[in-house]
Design a protein around this ligand. Structure first.
Ligand code: GLN
Length: 494
């Protein structure tokens, strides 16, 4: 059961081979056994989870009355357990965003994504650990301690959705949600051997998703396979009037093209991504994957993304600028940490923020405030916005020559704890291949494509705007041919 796809779980539930309570208990027991080591979850509530599973069973008794797999397809996610990154607000469960600032915060409402999954009948297993306010690439900035990579407990799982990634990789949950501002779904998916998808900006509502950099943040699924991600995206995506950047588009079935053959597919290989800076083992795995695609009938063409070298510097102006504004709401007045002792109102703000935020968050607030300040705004913020436009134009030109872009997700596989913690620039470079995609608002995926020294390697697939179904098709066809996505870390037991 822990290895089953969502489709198989759905069929087993509909055919009454297992109940949602039994399935949920199986995962809760695994969490109990392995979470003390892995630290993937911040908040668990067994009783609340089982109550949701009982409610799903009652629903299943109605819709699955025929006991057929077809009945399962009518409600494809009903009764299946799921974990949420702790950035999504959940009524009744605390939502910490990995920060001391929100360590005791319980939201009065559900995020749109949370609401969507509970309407689909999914059962919430718990809230996953993450870098503080989603700022990080290693999960080392969480107030709740680092998350371990189940492939090697001395290595990071990536970040910021590292708890979600470890939870799926260790089979503590069949699937999880993540968010991606500069790579936080794709990079941890790559480092933990998962399939993760960041949708086109505006496809998934950000309502109730705690804001880091609003023009870049996007929620998406993390699971074992592209087929599972398609089902999850079907539930997540959709217009929401409560998010002013949510796009009003007709509903799509993201599974619709999974089975399409790839003959004639045009793959773009960005020269800049294959130049230098990639580990030899990562390069070998990515090139082998490209060779598999040629076998499937795809052709490759070299494309240029000439401004991609500016993506990390532009991101580290824009994202902190937006973060400094977004995080000004945490002032100790309405919610979040309030300093116990203070002299006056200003002192309360200062002390509450000094105590509530960790070092990386403070660094971002300082950078963001600086680049937005009078006198530096034009030199930094405005220039970064212009670069952002150039990066998007590069992609638009590349997609005139190809259907999807392939490349590495990360320059190296999972690294050791502490390896980059003292040098923020090294840490920021972990996202060198993913950040441009967020700046351009494009959809991107990472799928497992091999191993480097026993650690998973991710292949990045970037689609044109609204190209989710195409990317999922490209990923699924590869997964029919390979079994990297089915590998599971050993040493954790089964
Ligand atoms: N690692 C990047 C950062 O620290 C991206 C994080 C993210 O996508 N949330 O900002």
């Amino acid at each position: 059961m822990i290895e089953a796809s969502l489709k198989q779980l759905s069929a087993a539930l509909a055919q009454k081979k297992i109940s949602s309570v039994e399935l949920t208990t199986l995962f809760l027991d695994r969490i109990e056994q392995y979470n003390p080591t892995l630290n993937a979850f911040i908040t668990l509530d067994r009783e609340r989870t089982l109550a949701a599973a009982r409610a799903a069973d009652a629903q299943l008794a109605k819709v699955g009355a025929g006991g057929t797999a077809a009945a399962g397809q009518a409600a494809p996610l009903l009764g299946i357990p799921l974990a949420h990154k702790d950035i999504f607000c959940t009524a009744g469960w605390r939502t910490t965003c990995g920060s001391k600032m929100l360590a005791n915060f319980v939201s009065p409402y559900d995020a749109h994504v949370v609401e969507r999954f509970s309407n689909a009948g999914m059962v919430l297993l718990g809230k996953c650990n993450m870098d503080e306010f989603a700022m990080g690439s290693s999960n080392e900035t969480s107030h709740f301690g680092p998350v371990k990579n189940p492939w090697d407990l001395t290595c990071v799982p990536g970040g910021s959705s590292g708890g979600s990634a470890t939870a799926v990789a260790a089979r503590l949950t069949p699937a999880a949600t993540g968010t991606d501002t500069g790579g936080s779904i794709r990079q941890p998916a790559a480092l933990c051997g998962l399939t993760g998808l960041k949708p086109t900006y505006g496809v998934v509502s950000r309502y109730g998703m705690i804001a880091f950099a609003s023009s870049l943040d996007q929620g998406g699924p993390m699971a074992k396979s592209a087929e599972d991600c398609a089902l999850l995206l079907n539930a997540m995506a959709g217009f929401d009037p409560r998010d002013s950047t949510s796009l009003e588009r007709p509903a799509e079935d993201y599974s619709r093209d999974l089975e399409k053959p790839l003959a004639g597919l045009k793959i773009g290989l960005p020269r800049e991504f294959f130049a230098e800076g990639m580990d030899a083992g990562v390069r070998a795995a990515v090139e082998a994957a490209v060779a598999e695609y040629r076998k499937l009938g795809a052709t490759t063409v070299e494309v240029g993304l000439p401004n991609s070298n500016l993506s990390v510097p532009a991101y580290y102006v824009i994202a902190p600028a937006e973060a400094s504004s977004n995080l000004s709401r945490f002032d100790g007045v309405r919610y979040g940490h309030r300093a116990p002792d203070y002299a006056d109102l200003n002192d309360m703000y200062a002390k509450s923020r000094a105590q509530g935020f960790g070092a990386e968050v403070k660094r971002r607030i300082l950078i963001g405030t600086y680049v937005l300040s009078h006198g530096y705004y034009d030199a930094y913020y405005l220039k970064a916005q212009k670069i952002r436009r150039l990066i998007a134009a590069d992609f638009a030109a590349a997609f005139k020559e190809c259907d999807v872009i392939l490349g590495p997700t990360t320059p190296s596989p999972a690294f050791k704890f502490g390896a980059k913690a003292a040098d923020p620039v090294q840490m920021y470079l972990s996202d060198i291949y993913t950040i441009a995609v967020n700046l351009a608002g494009l959809p991107g995926m990472s799928i497992p494509c091999g191993f480097d020294n026993g650690l998973p390697v991710g292949l990045q697939i970037v689609g044109p705007w609204f190209g989710e179904a195409k990317m999922l098709n490209v990923a699924h066809q590869y997964q029919l041919l390979t079994d990297w996505h089915r590998r599971m870390p050993s040493g954790l037991g089964t």
